[in-house]
Each structure stands twice: as structure tokens, then as C-alpha cells.
Design a protein around this ligand. Structure first.
Ligand SMILES: Cc1cc2nc3c(=O)[nH]c(=O)nc-3n(C[C@H](O)[C@H](O)[C@H](O)COP(=O)(O)OP(=O)(O)OC[C@H]3O[C@@H](n4cnc5c(N)ncnc54)[C@H](O)[C@@H]3O)c2cc1C
Length: 313
């Protein structure tokens, strides 16, 4: 850990600040060390001021969503970790005047809760996110999705707060949503307007159920993991190969290194023991998998999971 982050960056702002904040319990991996300081701004103005000051003083800023695609180093991370978990930044607004199908979801909102609420209201278009643990901001940053589509499919516009605290709105036409990637600029994803459509609530709900049970049957949803560790690599012919299949063919299903192991159910899920789990084991097994898949197939896997911390980034 480097020099402690000065409290003058945030002491006078409307924020909840927790120095030396353990991050393990805020990630799905459930491992890793502390944030130098974890800050939850209670309003947009405080978030903007914090971003501006960190930018001015070159203090590293990291944005924490629901921690479902994140590995935090055992040594923790320096600088400021920002959570959008305050009510103002995790709200969902339903249009009261114009078309009812337009919903604005703030970055800290839970995608899982939102898909349930949309089904209840008979609003279709986000069922592809069933069973994908995420905040709206994290889902957009990763363009999360799967067999049934991605979050980008429903996006009308996105607001981003840049590192200097300025806000900009990007309309759909200027945004690209590709496989686990978007061109949304660097900064805090504040909100997205989602374009949905009215449909019978029972139909939306049954689609949600169908998608969720597909996921549950094919993936180890209750393991401590971050979902798929690697992106499906792009082949020369423009198609994507399943990273899980490549890992499986390299005979790595069930392979273990310390507390980390390749899930016997889905080879692209790298899980960790619930007791004694270490981020360093997960980082090390990931490197080994990359090397062994390359030896077996001549293909270099690219990580999907985001790693935080100087020793593993
Ligand atoms: C059991 C399980 C199953 C999964 N299945 C899938 C799946 O089917 N498909 C899929 O795509 N993913 C899947 N994942 C991975 C994960 O759900 C997604 O990547 C999700 O989008 C992560 O969102 P998050 O809010 O947890 O982001 P985090 O993990 O908290 O953060 C991920 C990245 O997004 C950034 N970020 C978060 N919030 C913001 C914000 N507001 N502004 C800017 N940047 C932000 C973070 O800084 C980080 O770089 C799975 C994970 C688990 C644990």
C-alpha cells in the first residue's frame, strides 16, 4: 500500500467514507484485501467534486458495482474506491408522461431486482439479463449478457461522469455494444435510459424463468466465482470459440492450484474455496490456464474478469 489517501479529498462532502474498508465481502469471489478508502457519495454533486479532486491530485479511482466480475488483490488497493450504493444513485425512474416503455436506471441499481420489477410491470426487453449478477453500471461497462442477448440491446442512452467530474450523455447512435465490450468512455456510468416494450407480465415472467433455468443448469451459480474468467476468443474466420471448451479440451476441468480450481461443471468458471480462498491463487491459476490453453491450441485467452491491485493487474 502506498501513502494513505488524504481525508481532505472527501471530509467536507456528503459521502459515507470508510477508510481501510474490507472489499472481500463486496465481491462474489469473497476474497481479497482492503480499499485504502471506500466512498459512497450520497448525491451527484459530491460524486462530481470527489472525482474532480482525485483527478487534480492524481489519486487512483476505481468504481465498484456489485463485485460480480472483480478480483481484488490480497494486498488490497490504493486510492479511492467509489460505490454507487446510495439511494440517489441506485434509483429507477419510470416515465410518467410519455411512452411508458422508457425507464431510467441509475448506475448503482441492481439489475437482478430491475428485471423482476420489469416483469411485474409487464415491460419486456431486459430478460436476457436474468441470472447475471450486476449493478446497471457494471453490466453496462462489461456489456454483460449471454446466449439470449446483452444489456446493450436495451440501451437508449447512457450518462457518464468523466474523471474530471463533467457529465455527458451518449445516445444509442454513438454507442457500440460488442461482445463483453462497449465504447462507453472512461468514468462513472451514472445512468442508462432503457427502451422496453409492453407485454403480458406472465409472458415476460415465463421468459425470465426459462433464461434463468438455462443458466442454472449450465453454470455453477452458487460457487464463489466471477462467472466466466475468459472471453470466448475470436477465431481467424470471425467466429468465437468457447473458452470453456478450449479449457476442457486442455484437460483442465477440475484442475486445482491452492484454493482456486476450474469448476467441474463449467470449465470457464474459476472458483475458489469458501474457506481460506486467496486472490493470489485465482490470479496464478488464470495464468496457468492461459499458458496451457496456448500450448494445447495455440490460442491466447483474454481475461473477462477485472483484476484490481498492483500485484495482479
Ligand atoms: C455466478 C455469476 C454468473 C455470471 N454470469 C454472467 C453472464 O452470464 N454474462 C456476463 O456477461 N457476465 C456474467 N457474470 C459476470 C458479471 O455478472 C458481469 O460482468 C456484471 O456485469 C458485473 O457487474 P458488477 O456490477 O458486479 O460489476 P463489478 O464486478 O463491480 O465491476 C466490473 C467492472 O465494471 C466497472 N464498473 C462497475 N460499476 C461501474 C459504473 N457505475 N461506472 C463505470 N464502471 C463501473 C468496475 O470498475 C469494473 O471494471 C457472472 C458473474 C457471476 C458471479
Amino acid at each position: 500500500m502506498t501513502v494513505a489517501t488524504p481525508s481532505s479529498l472527501y471530509a467536507d462532502l456528503n459521502v459515507d467514507a470508510q477508510p481501510d474498508a474490507p472489499l472481500a465481502s463486496r465481491t462474489w469471489y469473497g476474497v481479497g484485501g482492503k480499499a485504502d478508502v471506500l466512498i459512497t457519495p450520497r448525491d451527484l454533486a459530491s460524486l462530481a467534486m470527489l472525482m474532480r479532486r482525485c483527478h487534480r491530485d492524481q489519486v487512483p479511482v476505481r468504481i465498484l458495482g456489485s463485485g460480480a466480475n472483480l478480483l481484488v488483490s490480497d494486498a488490497g488497493v490504493d486510492g479511492v474506491v467509489i460505490s454507487l450504493d446510495a439511494p440517489e444513485l441506485r434509483t429507477v425512474e419510470y416515465n410518467q408522461q410519455g411512452s411508458v416503455e422508457v425507464v431510467r436506471a441509475w448506475g448503482g441499481a441492481s439489475t437482478e431486482k430491475l428485471v423482476q420489477e420489469l416483469a411485474r410491470r409487464g415491460l419486456a426487453g431486459l430478460e436476457q439479463m436474468a441470472g447475471i449478477p450486476s449493478s446497471i453500471g457494471g453490466a453496462l461497462r462489461m456489456n454483460a449478457g449471454g446466449k439470449f442477448g446483452c444489456i446493450g440491446d436495451a440501451v437508449h442512452s447512457v450518462a457518464v461522469m468523466g474523471p474530471d467530474g463533467s457529465e455527458r450523455i451518449y445516445l444509442r447512435e454513438s454507442l457500440a455494444f460488442d461482445y463483453r465490450h462497449t465504447n462507453i468512455p472512461e468514468g462513472v456510468i451514472l445512468w442508462a435510459v432503457l427502451q422496453l416494450r409492453e407485454e403480458d407480465p406472465l409472458t415476460v415472467r415465463s421468459r425470465l424463468k426459462e433464461y434463468f433455468s438455462y443458466k442454472k443448469n449450465s453454470q455453477p451459480m452458487s460457487d464463489q466465482s466471477s462467472g466466466c474468467m475468459f472471453k470466448n476468443p475470436l477465431l481467424a474466420d470471425g467466429t468465437r470459440e468457447s473458452a470453456g471448451k478450449l479449457i476442457d479440451l486442455a484437460k483442465l476441468k477440475g484442475f486445482r492450484l491452492g484454493s482456486a480450481f476450474v469448476s467441474p461443471k463449467h470449465a470457464n468458471f474459476i472458483s475458489v474455496d469458501a474457506v481460506g480462498g486467496r486472490a493470489s491463487d485465482i490470479a496464478a491459476i488464470s495464468q496457468q490456464i492461459i499458458a496451457r490453453v496456448f500450448d494445447a491450441h495455440g490460442i491466447t485467452l483474454e481475461r473477462e474478469v477485472v483484476f484490481w491491485g498492483a500485484d495482479i493487474e
